[in-house]
Each structure stands twice: as C-alpha cells, then as structure tokens.
Write a protein that binds this ligand. Structure first.
Ligand code: SF4
Length: 364
C-alpha cells in the first residue's frame, strides 16, 4: 500500500478536484475507513461550515402499485388483476396531504409503479388537481424510468414530456430507479427499466430546464466495485454539464439493497447484506468523488438510526426526511421510522444543531 499516494488522492478530493475512476478504485481498495471518514468529514465541513444538520418533513406517496417492470428486488409491485392492486383516488391524496400539512410539511415524494393504464394525461391532470387544492404543495415526483415510460407511451420526446409535467406542476425530479448505472447490472436486476444512458439523459434534460433533481445509488447486489465507482463518475459528469443557473443534482443518497424475501435473493442467495462498515466506506467515498454535489444524505431509513448518526461523520450533512409513509423498502425488510422530535434528538445527540429545511435545502 502506498500511503503517500492515498494521502495525495484524499487531499485532491479535499481541494474539490475530480478523482478519476482508477483513483476512486484505489481508495476503495486501499484507504482505511478512518482515513475515508476523516477526509469526507473535512470536505463536508468545507461545504457546510456551520455545525448543523438539516432534515425535511415530507411524505412518500405511492400513487399506484401496478407495474409491468418486475424488478427482481421489488416486493411492492402488483399486476392489475391482483386483489391488492391499487391506483390512489383523490380523496386518499387529500387525506394523506392533510396529514402532512398538519405535521408541518408541504412536499410529497410522489412515485409509483410503471402502470400501463396511466398515461401522460393522467399525470398532468393529477398534478393540476393537487395544485388546485394545495397551491403551495411541492411535487417531488416520478423519476427517470417513469419519465422514459410516460414519454414512450405518449410517443413524444423526453423534452416535451418534462415540459408538460412542469407546466402541470412538477417541481423537482427524484433520482429514483438509478440502482447502479451499468447496463450489465440493470439487465440482471431490472431489465424492463430504462437504460443507464436514458436515466442520465433524462437528468441532463431536466437540468437544462432548471428542474432540481437528486441522485441516488442502490448498491450491494450484483455490481462490481468498478461499477460503483463509474456510477459516481457518471453522475458527476452530468452535474458538470448543468447550466450555471440550474442546481442540478442537489443531493446524493446512497442506500443498500433491501432484499428480504425478494426474487433477487431467491435467484442469487449468495448476495451478502451490506454491513455498517461497508456502507460507511461507500458513503465517505461518495462524498469524496462527488465534489460538485452539495448535499449528501444519511440513509437512516435503510441502515437505521445509529448508522444514520455515524454517516454524519462520513460526509453526510443531511438526515433526509421524516417520512410519514414509506411503502417500498419496508416491504423488503427495512422498516425504521423517526418522528420529528426523535429526528432532532438524533441530530443533537450526534453533536449537531438540527435545522429543518425545504426541498431546495433552504433552512426554514
Ligand atoms: S422497483 Fe419500481 S419499477 Fe421496479 S418493479 Fe418495483 S415499482 Fe416497478
């Protein structure tokens, strides 16, 4: 092991220089967890000098569980004929959004399956209807796979699809469905979803239109370390191409596979769970590779509160959301929850000042 080389690379990231894929890989294999965390924490302090950690109150609403995609890691999707298949009606939205407003939030993360019965008119009508009832509601909605699906069903371009959705009320685009941006992996995990190039292209176009987006990676399944690093590099490159006035990827969230009782684990029983040590290494490395993305979230929802707290010393500056409802990873064995009081206590017990934020990361 070459300690000088490792130190040089860690300092390069600390100076906001891009690490190459080979350099990232070298750190992945050779740097120790304390080294990675120390430098990721130092970089986070440069980006966020105050001793604060932010969080948001929002609600995840899954608009339908009907999906043709059959991703191997998904226990949430249903066929149309299944007895528990659903498409939410407006009264359900109102009940859920009223609860969100009572809890002090005004953003919904609105996602669902790729339901062949729902077309672009369905989504634009839904967005308009929700905005007419709740004019200040923020719609953090859909994701690149759904955008590609809606565009192809309508026979129109990604540009036109985004234009119509923005006009109807779409405020920001979550980075859902990225998994690992390698077509080799995607063919094994989720062959019906958009390709990695399509995922990146949707985000590139969204940034051109000034839509704020987020980036994600779900790891710990069939990917190689090289594919993890290349995923980060691809995201970083799209971020480099955004117009100056666009925020682009405002955040990055890393989470491990939640695979309990999924077809993926039946097919590949050799997949090992991601342990805390591995998660924190990958999180710190993500902070160091993604120097042009301002916010890194701590993934307490999938890793639990304690790892969420440790994440705040491995590059994360945001505890993400007090999710009033979560239906997807909870159906694959991950079921952690935090109320507002507990969220604030979790942050202050870690030595930081909790700050509530909105979807644009402005402190409230
Ligand atoms: S993860 Fe999403 S796209 Fe894949 S099957 Fe489940 S609902 Fe469908």
């Amino acid at each position: 092991m070459n300690n000088n080389k490792i130190n040089r690379l860690l300092n390069k990231a600390l100076d906001f220089e891009f690490l190459s894929p080979d350099e990232g890989l070298l750190l992945f294999y050779e740097a120790s967890l304390p080294e990675l965390m120390l430098y990721a924490d130092a970089l986070r302090k440069k980006l966020h000098p105050g001793n604060t950690v932010s969080y948001i109150i929002d609600r995840n609403i899954n608009l339908t569980n009907v999906c043709f995609s059959n991703c191997l890691f998904c226990n949430f999707c249903r066929k149309k004929k299944d007895s528990d298949a659903y498409v939410l009606g407006i009264e359900e939205y109102k009940r859920k959004i009223d609860e969100l407003y009572s809890a002090g939030g005004n953003q919904i993360l609105l996602q669902g399956g790729m339901n062949p019965a729902l077309d672009i008119d369905f989504y634009t009508n839904l967005f308009k209807q929700l905005k007419s009832v709740y004019p200040d509601l923020k719609l953090h909605a859909l994701g690149p796979p759904e955008i590609v699906f809606i565009a192809s069903k309508a026979g129109i371009s990604i540009e036109s699809t985004l234009d119509r959705l923005i006009e109807a009320g779409l405020d920001s685009l979550p980075g859902a469905g990225a998994e690992v941006l390698s077509d080799r992996v995607r063919k094994l995990l989720s062959p019906a979803k958009c390709s990695s190039e399509e995922w990146l292209e949707v985000m590139r176009i969204a940034h051109l239109k000034g839509l704020t987006t987020s980036a994600t990676m779900m790891f710990g399944h069939l990917e190689t370390p090289e594919e993890r690093i290349l995923h980060l590099v691809k995201i970083r490159e799209i971020q480099s191409q955004k117009p100056d006035l666009s925020k682009g990827f405002i955040s990055f969230t890393l989470w491990p596979l939640a695979g309990k009782n999924t077809a993926l684990m039946r097919k590949y029983p050799e997949i090992k769970p991601v342990y805390q040590h591995e998660f924190l290494r990958m999180l710190a490395l993500s902070r160091l590779m993604l120097v042009n993305i301002p916010n890194i979230q701590a993934s307490w929802l999938t890793m639990g509160k304690n790892v969420g707290q440790l994440s705040l010393f491995a590059g994360a500056n945001d505890m993400s959301s007090v999710m009033i409802e979560e239906n997807v990873v909870s159906q694959a064995g991950k079921n952690y929850t935090l109320g507002v009081d507990e969220m604030e206590k979790t942050i202050s017990d870690s030595g930081f000042i909790p700050q509530r934020r909105n979807q644009e990361y402005h402190i409230l």
